[in-house]
Write a protein that binds this ligand. Structure first.
Ligand code: DC
Length: 516
């Protein structure tokens, strides 16, 4: 359980404090305390009672009778005067000006600060205001000072009023804001100022999401939590490793070697193999050793190669082979292969069946079809949820349903660890060939949980892809090499301003699933 911090966010009006604080509190599971709302409630009461702020005794008596209550539920604050909910009423423009004046009075500040300290003492809270980092909590764990140009801030305030149906003159909003800045900065007690240890953030050109992400990254840093984590199961699987090794071994022999289609769905690896002389088979494969890629090949293609006398190096993934054998062993049964009909693995698999074998997807329309017996086999890189959907849809239409879960372990593991990481990430970066089925499945899965991008390598990463997100998860398909994952990790770290590059794949921090 990480330490629960007290986080101070100070800054002038409309610099983005409350919006940022609220959203950050939601992301961290913290409480939010809007200290300005307290001064506003005080101002509202003074206005209702017609208190002259220059009359010390009248102010003292106002404070004595003042029954301010603030109900905090996560990032939501409801403020009450007695039993009346004044959360909306305190946002009127005349109350803004009066709050600024009343907040300069020492007895008012003492009462409010006492309340604020009490409410936030146990930590796990974000407070926004003018003096949180300098006066209310000078020892706050983390302090921010948000700024923005007066024009930008006045425009935000004007838009906010407009959204509430309040028509205001933009010039006047700007004048009042500048006046309020002056009042808040010039008062004798706890004026608006930046604490020496506060992190300044200029929000003038930032989106709200970018503001929140900027602060969230600092929270992670303060808590020593890595901002970028790699899913526990990522990158090369056993079948891919084996296929590459078989191809490299074959090329060592000095014989002509070619692969029947891309050995794996990763352009970088295919390019590297080509540099070693291992190219795709052309029309003429005579005198060549032919490598069957990890996706396998159809029965007919194998028979043709054998009849031509080619030496075959079979790099078919053992899991794919098992699925092919299953299809073959079910001859006579109506077989459905859950998969992508155009994918080479499925093209190979279907050749092991007969006229009763067909390829389906989770959402295939079966119309009024019914069956006595059905057998289901999967392309090894399918999503388990799609298999579950298909089974659920078929059950009412069949007397006997035999399901063979041929989704390979590496695929299931990658999907499970991607899912776990996505659940605690603001952005998932899915790395792998655009033509890689298992990588595309990871992307599909992740984007149902959080924001997600699929990239082939680090060259596709730009700062604007990352600015809105603090916690970034990485996952890579079974055909993605470790050096690509490392390059992506280092580029992200550089973009987010972290200079701690990893020199080896093993140095990338892993997401610990058991800790969530
Ligand atoms: O953040 P706000 O606009 O709701 O604040 C209203 C006024 O309250 C602001 O002009 C100054 C005062 N204030 C303060 O003096 N100290 C705080 N911690 C928060 C607000």
């Amino acid at each position: 359980m990480p330490e629960r911090l007290i986080i101070a966010i100070d800054g002038p009006a409309a610099s983005g404090k409350s919006t940022t604080a609220r959203l950050l509190a939601r992301q961290l599971g913290y409480a939010y305390l809007d200290t300005g709302a307290m001064y506003r409630a005080c101002a509202l009461q003074a206005q209702r009672k017609g208190v002259d702020l220059g009359d010390e005794r009248a102010v003292q008596s106002l404070l004595q009778d003042l029954d301010i209550r603030i109900e905090i539920s996560g990032e939501t604050n409801s403020i009450f005067l007695g039993s009346e909910d004044v959360t909306a009423a305190i946002r009127a423009p005349e109350i803004s000006a009066l709050a600024s004046s009343i907040s300069a009075l020492p007895p008012v500040r003492h009462k409010m600060v006492e309340l604020q300290r009490k409410l936030a003492a146990s930590g796990g809270v974000i407070l926004d205001g003018r003096d949180i980092g300098t006066y209310v909590f000078p020892n706050a764990d983390l302090k921010f000072f948000l700024i923005a140009s007066a024009e930008v801030r006045a425009n935000r305030r004007w838009l906010e009023l407009k959204s509430k149906g309040i028509e205001a003159d933009p010039e006047q909003v700007l004048r009042e804001l500048i006046q309020r800045d002056k009042n808040d900065s010039a008062r004798a007690l706890a004026p608006l100022s930046k604490a020496s240890d506060a992190i300044e953030v200029d929000t003038s050109q930032m989106s709200v999401a970018a503001q929140v992400a900027t602060l969230h990254r600092q929270v992670l840093k303060r808590l020593d939590i890595p901002a970028v984590l790699l899913a526990k199961h990522s990158g090369f699987c056993f079948g891919v490793r084996r296929a590459i090794q078989l191809a490299l071994d074959a090329s060592q022999s000095g014989d002509k070697v070619c692969t029947l289609g891309e050995l794996i769905h990763n352009p970088q690896i295919v390019g590297k193999l080509a540099e070693q002389g291992i190219r795709l088979c052309g029309e003429d494969v005579s005198n060549s050793k032919v490598i069957i890629r990890s996706h396998g090949a159809s029965k007919e293609v194998l028979a043709q190669l054998l009849s031509r006398g080619n030496e075959i190096i079979d790099a078919t993934c053992p899991y794919v082979k098992r699925a092919q054998e299953m299809v073959s062993s079910m001859a006579g049964c109506q077989v459905m292969i859950l998969g992508d009909p155009g994918h080479p693995e499925v093209v190979g698999m279907i050749s092991y069946g007969d006229e009763k074998t067909r390829v389906v997807q989770a959402d295939t329309d079966f119309g009024t079809e019914v069956w006595d017996t059905l057998c289901i086999v999967c392309q090894t890189t399918q999503k388990i949820s799609d298999l579950q959907t298909l089974v659920t849809r078929l059950l009412p239409k069949v007397k006997e349903l035999r399901v063979f879960n041929t989704i390979c372990r590496a695929t299931s593991e990658r999907q499970q660890s991607a899912q776990a990481l996505a659940e605690s990430s603001d952005l998932m970066v899915v790395i792998g060939g655009k033509n890689s089925a298992n990588t595309r499945m990871l992307q599909q899965l992740c984007q149902t949980i959080t924001h997600s991008v699929h990239i082939e390598n680090e060259t596709e990463l730009t700062p604007d892809l990352l600015t809105d997100y603090a916690r970034i998860g990485l996952v890579a398909g079974a055909s993605t090499p470790a050096d690509t994952i490392l390059a992506v990790y280092n580029k992200i770290m550089k973009i987010i301003g972290n200079t701690e590059a990893a020199t080896r794949f093993e140095e990338i921090p892993l997401f610990k699933e058991e800790s969530c």
